[in-house]
Design a protein around this ligand. Structure first.
Ligand SMILES: [Zn+2]
Length: 101
């Protein structure tokens, strides 16, 4: 991972910045928006994508909070929450990626 972002999007080939929502597949990092655009439109896949967007936003929120919170116990808790959200996001990405095209 570079300083400016996680790398180039495996769909649109443009650089991804840390301020954008992104996830990872076997092909590498990719913008959430690019992933959503090429996903099938069935309700199950769209529902998974909606849940994934929520988890990705939570990761951004926890990362932001970690820069503000001073209490070590709260920091440790928030780090755990962020890891949970990352695990959920990874599983949801796999689910959406595996959906029939
Ligand atoms: Zn992209």
């Amino acid at each position: 991972m570079g300083a400016t972002g996680p790398g180039n999007c495996s769909i649109c080939q443009q650089a991804i910045s840390w301020s954008q929502l992104f996830t990872f597949t076997a092909k590498g990092p990719l913008h959430f928006d690019c992933f959503r655009k090429q996903a099938p439109s069935d309700p199950a896949t769209q529902g998974v994508l909606q849940a994934l967007e929520g988890e990705l936003r939570l990761i951004v929120a926890y990362k932001g909070l970690l820069g503000k919170v001073q209490n070590p116990e709260e920091k440790a808790l928030l780090e755990g929450f962020e890891k949970d959200a990352e695990r959920h996001a990874a599983r949801l990405t796999k689910m959406a990626d595996r959906a029939p095209k």
